[in-house]
Design a protein around this ligand. Structure first.
Ligand code: GDP
Ligand code: MG
Length: 462
């Protein structure tokens, strides 16, 4: 999607030197709409979005002299304005209610009280897996957490949850003999309330399809346990089917939050917008793998950036080209198109960014830039500098990815990390954070390499 959108926007920049007409804007918007549909954003949403973006852009760049011309002077700004408007509207879609008074808010867990959280979703959506991640997330943050298995439909559901419960040391309620999920849910929740658990998570069964029996069961369970929040789990790979699915669940039970799973695969993520739109509920987490740690708190802005394939890698490269010799940059582009991005490459990029200023704008262009590094002015410069000092303490082999720094619990790796920390006056955990950041960059670069956004295609486009 990123590539296509960028192509459309590029046309805006180079197409007409002077006037940009309404017809041209129309054409660009159609292309963007098509690209969004290909990313599984539902047709209805895309149409709404398209109209909103159009009126926003026309409003921003109104031409007083000629109605048919959107803008005369600002043709180079137009692509940025369209891009901005697309991003803003997508973010708004993902933040239901926004600032509107009385709108549904994210449910916040209350300390010292039972928070009963009912998980819903079709079979295979990832409920049971996500519940383990969710329990792990809160338990690690000091919440007294427990799980109840009210899935009597799927053979082995009880064992699956029990296994997770043992690994995570989160207490668990379930039954091999009781066949009524409503009774299990009620007994389990009541027991854990009595034992003063703060977060009581109820796992439910799904079906392969949206069946009446499933929704009736969900209503009965909800009536029995009176959940404080109902979390709908949606599989991102379901694409366009998500809207109807989410709506059906929402009609049965008052969904309050959404979790999107399996975003680590090939899913394009557009289904997330459908789930939010159908339930008018915010996304709280994203699932990005099968392990207990693969759960990220949701951030609309960075989700949209990823959906659209921004970090604006082109903008960043252009800016960097202006300060670096073209040759080394070309080499980097070639490497990146193969998905390669070493710590040394990251070091070089950071140092260029530092020389460029103003930080804020440039940092936003770096793809995959994690939120905690996003510019708060001085502070983020400071953090980058600190990272660079750590990389200064690395050996060539480490910088060039010839030795492993990522394997956990390996005494040799730990030793290296302690050495780097000592050499740079930092804590080993800070070095590990740097490695996490690098991993994120590398993942992004690898994705871009495969998608052809950088490298050959990008060069051919120029
Ligand atoms: P449930 O039927 O809704 O309880 O779904 P499960 O939790 O049993 O998950 C179904 C399958 O999806 C399992 O094989 C999980 O390992 C897998 N799964 C769940 N969440 C994710 C995720 O975020 N990423 C990936 N790759 N797999 C997931
Ligand atoms: Mg399950």
């Amino acid at each position: 999607l990123g590539g296509k959108l960028r192509d459309s926007l590029r046309k805006l920049q180079t197409g007409g030197q002077g006037d940009v007409t309404k017809a041209q804007l129309q054409q660009i918007l159609n292309e963007i709409a098509r690209a969004l549909m290909e990313a599984d954003v539902s047709v209805k949403l895309v149409m709404t979005l398209r109209d909103k973006v159009q009126s926003k852009v026309e409003h921003l760049l109104r031409n007083e002299e000629d109605e048919e011309v959107v803008t005369r002077r600002h043709s180079s700004n137009l692509s940025k304005t369209v891009q901005r408007a697309v991003v803003d509207e997508l973010v708004a879609l993902l933040s239901p209610g926004g600032d509107v008074k009385g709108a549904k808010k994210v449910y916040t867990m209350k300390r010292g009280k039972p928070n009963v959280i009912l998980f819903l979703g079709l079979q295979g959506a990832g409920k049971t897996t996500t519940i383990a991640k969710f329990a792990n997330y809160y338990q690690r943050r000091g919440w007294k957490t427990a799980m109840v298995c009210a899935d009597t439909f799927r053979a082995g559901a009880f064992d699956q949850l029990k296994q997770n419960s043992t690994k995570l040391r989160v207490p668990f309620y379930g039954s091999y003999t009781e066949a009524d999920p409503v009774i299990i849910a009620e007994k389990g929740v009541n027991q854990f309330i009595k034992e003063r658990y703060e977060i009581i998570i109820v796992d439910t069964s799904g079906r392969h399809k949206q069946e009446e029996a499933l929704f009736e069961e969900m209503q009965e369970i909800a009536a029995a346990v009176q959940p404080d929040n109902c979390v709908l789990v949606v599989d991102a790979t379901q694409g366009q089917a998500v809207y109807d699915q989410a709506l059906a669940f929402h009609n049965a039970v008052d969904v309050g939050s959404v979790i999107i799973t399996k975003l680590d695969g090939h899913a394009k993520g557009g289904g997330a917008l459908s789930a939010v739109s159908a339930t008018q509920s915010p996304i709280i987490f994203l699932g990005s793998g099968e392990h207990f740690d693969d759960l990220e708190p949701f951030n609309a802005q960075s989700f949209v950036s990823k959906l659209l394939g921004f970090g604006d890698i082109r903008g960043l490269m252009d800016a960097m080209n202006s300060v670096s010799d073209g040759k080394s940059q070309e080499e980097l582009m070639k490497k990146m198109s193969r998905g390669e991005f070493t710590l040394r490459d990251m070091y070089n990029q950071f140092s260029k960014v530092m020389n460029l200023g103003p930080m804020n704008k440039l940092m936003g262009m770096i793809p995959g830039m994690p939120d905690y590094l996003m510019p708060q002015g001085e502070e983020s410069t400071h953090r980058l500098r600190k990272f660079m000092v750590m990389m200064d303490s690395m050996s060539n082999a480490e910088l060039d990815g010839k030795v492993d720094l990522r394997t956990k619990y390996d005494p040799q790796v730990e030793k290296r990390i302690r050495r780097i920390a000592a050499g740079s006056g930092s804590h080993p955990n800070e070095v590990k954070m740097l490695l996490v950041v690098h991993k994120q960059f590398e993942g992004m670069v690898s994705k871009m390499g495969k998608s052809g956004i950088v490298g050959k295609n990008a060069q051919a486009r120029q």
